[in-house]
Ligand binder design. Structure first.
Ligand SMILES: [Zn+2]
Ligand SMILES: [Zn+2]
Length: 385
């Protein structure tokens, strides 16, 4: 297969011919149709994120078709996440589960070698694995896997798992004709979206949606940085009845016009003061100086959410702008629940994504254009057109 790979931080991606990946047990093989580009890809390429697998195929907003299904991911079947006493990992295996096995509801239909009747029992059955069939459309997001055992995973906060692994960072991603993914972390793509338009939903949309939840219920919402995530989120926020105040780089007339076309009630430069105090603000731009700027813009009790995975240092600021129970918080990654909720919500709004398409082999140009802010909306690589 053809892929764009990163050999080392700080170097451009290189077009390479790689062996086709094969799905391991629990994985699906996906023929990539489109893969969104994201500021996080820039942080991987630039080395701001310091734990990549190298070489790596970047890309974590993947839309494709299931080309093959690995052992243990059978259509319409569930999956065993935890086995009880006497069935130690690697010693026994459940070979087949009945259709629709949910915790407490299903039963083991057959047991593999080494699991003798009466010795082992199924203690818990994992969350429903989507019904992946060859040819089906599927989306692969940033969160590629988590341990499933730690306190974070058990509390539904798998986004914070210490052993979580990320697509296009530690797992080869979607800047390629094929990729493999753990089926448990993939989503069916809503019918209403063509491949290209669906791709930005998978990170810009999904992590944006998590950030919006963390911002609370307030009516006046500020968005700092009006790129792929903000152009999706403004649609959700307006649908929820909120007013959106869009902050761009000072003098970015095109970005501000784009925000107004999507219904922003006010646009301005990043350090400008909005006409009304905000109830909450979400910062997408990776610039630490926006944190005190946003704190100055929110009312008492308001929240400032930092949605990016990397940010330059935050300058010191007077306590008075945090005083009054203002909150600063970050949002990290996503959970599968965020994905399920957002992909169900997006067609209802309906969220429309504006995409700027590039062929796979132009990934470097696409990333440069993202860095320089040369397009509005979301950049997407077209693969297997
Ligand atoms: Zn975990
Ligand atoms: Zn992303």
């Amino acid at each position: 297969m053809r892929a764009m790979i990163l050999d080392r931080s700080g170097s451009p991606l290189r077009l390479a011919e790689l062996p086709d990946p094969r799905p391991a047990p629990g994985q699906i093989l996906v023929r990539v149709k489109a893969c969104g580009i994201c500021r996080t890809d820039l942080h991987v390429v630039d080395g701001d994120l310091t734990e990549p697998k190298l070489p790596i195929v970047p890309g974590h907003q993947i839309v494709g078709e299931v080309a093959a299904v690995g052992e243990g991911v059978l259509p319409g079947q569930g999956e065993v996440a935890v086995l009880g006493k006497g069935v130690l990992p690697g010693q026994g295996e459940v070979a087949v589960l009945g259709k629709g096995v949910l915790p407490g509801q299903g039963e083991v239909a057959a047991v593999g070698k080494g699991v003798l009747p009466g010795q082992g029992e199924v203690a818990a059955v994992g969350e429903w694995t989507p019904d992946f069939r060859v040819g089906q459309r599927v989306g692969i997001p940033w969160l590629g896997g988590s341990c499933g055992r730690c306190a974070y995973c058990r509390e539904g906060r798998e986004n914070l798992c210490d052993e979580a692994r990320y697509t296009g960072y530690q797992i080869d991603g979607g800047f390629a004709e094929l990729c493999v993914a753990d089926a448990r972390f993939c989503f069916p793509i809503p019918e209403a979206y063509p491949n290209l338009q669906a791709a930005p939903l998978l990170c810009a949309g999904l992590i944006g949606y998590r950030s919006l939840r963390m911002a609370g219920e307030g009516r006046r919402l500020g968005l700092y940085g009006f790129g792929a995530a903000a152009h999706i989120l403004i649609q959700v926020a307006r649908w929820q009845g909120r007013e959106v105040y869009a902050f761009t780089k000072a003098g970015d007339k095109a970005g501000q016009a784009f925000a107004r076309s999507l219904g922003a009630v006010w646009t301005g430069g990043a350090l400008d003061t909005p006409p009304e105090p905000l109830d909450a603000a979400i910062i997408f731009a990776p610039a630490g100086e926006l944190v005190p700027a946003a704190l100055r813009a929110v009312r008492k009790g308001g929240t400032v959410v930092c949605a990016g995975i990397h940010m330059s240092d935050i300058p010191s600021f007077p306590y008075s702008i945090l005083w009054g129970e203002r909150v600063v918080r970050s949002v990290a990654n996503l959970t599968r629940r965020d994905g399920e909720e957002f992909l169900a919500l997006a067609p209802q709004v309906p969220v429309r994504t504006e995409v700027h398409a590039y062929p796979l082999e132009d990934a470097n140009r696409a990333l440069d254009d993202l860095r320089a802010g040369r397009f509005t909306g979301a950049g997407v690589l077209v693969v297997n057109g």
